[in-house]
Design a protein around this ligand. Structure first.
Ligand code: ADP
Length: 616
């Protein structure tokens, strides 16, 4: 076995040669090292964290062919096309291949010509395929989207369970699992189901610093949506709605206004869905309006915004759907427009579920609601939801930390009134009841309990009890109150007692927001915020689209936006300068170098711009 330093050099030089990248993303190096050392591993990185490279780079470095298990044909195709663009021989076997194509892949494999082979689990685990693979030299097995093996995950696929037998079939071949699903029990389940041997667990941070999160109450959603789109002219975005009907009407309205938008939901034919997805991936349209049905298998790295026109049904869904923005590390925004009615809509839609699943769904809805109403840093709330702690006080990339919320002027006094009322009713009642006491309700129950005699009775009567109810949720969200037991009775926490003493001040949102948060400030934590020539960027974007169309691949596979920005910044017109650009590997330099250098030289001459700029 090679030493670690040698391994790092090998990995780095493959990363540079094929992908044109200079360094590793967090945890990539450890994950790759684990593959080289032959120890099983479970790698958990957020969407856009760079999981694919964790196995693709070692596959290039090691002898033999790596088997990659992947759930969707569209995912496999994208990955294989992307690898070939980088000059790496790879193939996918699936039902869409002709016998001749399958034969060619088999002979390439026998000749040791391929570095990666993508295959669906049900195909991999056939006797015929396993026998065939025994004839080959395998480097390792990678299981992508590995959470699909766990019934506790949100996307269980029974066919993934077949993968448990790989350990018996290939006892000496290491198995590596990759997922973006964070929960501890899913992680453990993956290791057990795949029968991994003392696996290394590599778990990255779930924070996505380049995403800017904003949550707002829904009012005139059409305007709220257009506000966001206006900040992203000609860029790609996704709008999620709850129902198919809303998807259709929103897409139609946007089209009528001249936007390049298409609908996507399970009510469309397969053909229509594929067409709309392809148009999006190929930059032929800008906006997909969709239900939850859209997204799995979309690797498009340059989605610049995700709008939720209604609340999703769980924080997990929210994380996954917003996660589709900004995979390339550049700034992207996620705007959620919710209404309390959304949660009831979901309950209605899921009322057919078996009782246990229904209860679980209601609990998830509650957490989602809390995320919406509690004015705590969105980055912190998401990271903590997934059991990690958030470093730092202010994220500088959410409506809360950017002070874009309309807040109550004297939140401490309001909160103290609420908490004292919780104590006066002896911490034996829920939010609904407490809000009614505070608002001086005439309900018989309150009088029967003698609570109309309390000093806190009617203390907030100038507000509607629904507003007080929301403030209570916001206080729960900030940890000043907890809901206890089956009846969700409110209790004051130790944090809450500090609030009562005036030692901490909470944040409470105004019931109606006068201004809509429409700041265009971008997340400061994005991978690359150095200036570049935007005119040249657009010019090169057009060239990229033309080259991609000729080759029949998505534009981002020619070069991603990070590379186009770097080109528009450095403006290389020689092969040497071109090779220095982020994301330009040897193969792409050879294939696209001339076209881009020529276009840059021409543009710079026309616009009197300097060329071959040296950038740190
Ligand atoms: P995931 O599968 O975790 O969602 P991907 O593997 O699709 O993420 O990577 C997301 C994007 O980041 C891709 O465009 C990929 O090329 C890019 N990327 C991955 N690793 C690096 C790196 N070390 N340096 C620069 N870009 C990277």
């Amino acid at each position: 076995m090679t030493s670690t330093t040698d391994d790092t050099t090998l990995l780095r030089s493959a990363l540079h040669k094929h992908w044109g990248y200079d360094g590793f993303r967090p945890h990539q190096q450890a994950a790759m090292q684990s593959v080289l050392s032959g120890r099983d591993s479970v790698v958990v990185l957020p969407t856009g964290g760079g999981k694919s490279l964790c196995y693709q780079v070692p596959a290039v470095v090691l002898d033999g062919v790596a088997i990659v298990v992947s759930p969707l044909i569209s995912l496999m195709k994208d990955q294989v096309d992307g690898l070939r663009e980088c000059g790496i021989p790879a193939a996918a076997v699936n039902s869409s291949l002709s016998a001749a194509e399958r034969g060619r892949i088999a002979s390439d494999l026998r000749a040791g010509k391929l570095k990666l082979l993508y295959v669906a689990p049900e195909r991999l685990c056939t006797e015929r395929m396993l026998d065939f693979l025994h004839e080959l030299k395998l480097s390792f097995i990678a299981v992508d989207e590995a959470h699909c093996i766990s019934a506790w995950g949100h996307d269980f696929r029974p066919e993934f369970r077949l993968l448990g037998q790989l350990r018996d079939s290939f006892p000496d071949i290491a198995v590596h699992a990759y997922t973006a699903t964070a929960t501890e029990n899913v992680r453990q389940d993956i290791a057990e189901q795949l029968r991994l041997d003392d696996p290394e667990f590599i778990v990255g941070s779930f924070d996505r610093p380049n995403l800017q999160y904003r949550v707002m109450r829904r009012s005139q959603v059409g305007t709220q949506i257009r506000d966001v789109i206006a900040r992203h002219k000609g860029e790609s975005g996704i709008i999620y709605c709850i129902s198919r009907r809303e998807v259709d009407s929103t897409a139609a309205e946007l089209r009528a206004d001249g936007y390049r938008a298409v609908p996507y939901h399970a009510g469309l034919t397969d053909e229509e869905r594929h067409k709309h997805q392809d148009q999006f991936v190929n930059d032929q349209i800008d906006i997909v309006v969709a239900t939850v049905a859209f997204g799995m298998g979309i690797d498009k790295p340059d989605v610049r915004y995700v709008i939720h026109a209604a609340a999703p049904k769980s924080v997990e869904h929210y994380q996954q759907e917003t996660g589709r923005a900004g995979r390339d590390g550049l700034p992207a925004e996620c705007v959620l427009c919710y209404s309390p009615g959304d949660f009831m809509t979901w309950e209605r839609m899921c009322s057919e579920l078996p009782p246990e699943a229904f209860q679980q769904m209601k609990a998830s809805l509650k957490l989602m609601e809390r995320y919406c109403v509690a004015p705590v840093c969105r980055h912190r709330a998401l990271v903590e939801h997934f059991g990690q702690s958030y470093e730092g006080d202010k994220c500088a990339a959410c409506d809360v930390c950017l002070d874009q919320l309309e807040l109550v002027a004297e939140p401490l006094i309001v909160a103290q009134k609420i908490l004292s009322c919780v104590i006066r009713v002896r911490e034996m009642f829920g939010g609904q009841y407490v809000s009614q006491v505070l608002c001086g309700s005439q309900e018989a129950r309150i009088r029967e309990n003698g609570h109309d005699q309390l000093s806190t009775y009617g203390l907030l009567k100038e507000h509607h009890h629904k507003v007080v109810r929301e403030w209570i949720e916001q206080l729960v969200g900030q940890g000043f109150l907890v809901k206890d037991g089956e009846y969700h009775t409110l209790k004051v926490t130790s944090h809450g007692r500090q609030l009562l003493k005036g030692e901490i001040t909470p944040r409470l949102l105004q019931p109606t927001k006068k201004k809509t948060a429409s700041s265009s400030s971008k997340a400061k934590n994005a991978a690359d915020d150095r200036p570049f020539d935007t005119g040249l960027f657009e010019h090169l974007r057009q060239l990229r689209r033309e080259l991609a169309e000729t080759k029949g691949i998505p534009p981002f596979m020619v070069f991603g936006d990070v590379t186009l920005r770097d080109l528009a910044r450095r403006r290389p017109t020689t092969p040497e300068a071109f090779g220095e650009v982020h994301g330009v590997g040897e193969r792409k330099a050879a294939e696209y170098g001339d076209a881009f250098q020529f276009a840059i030289a021409e543009y710079c001459a026309d616009h009197q711009l300097g060329m071959n700029i040296v950038v740190d």
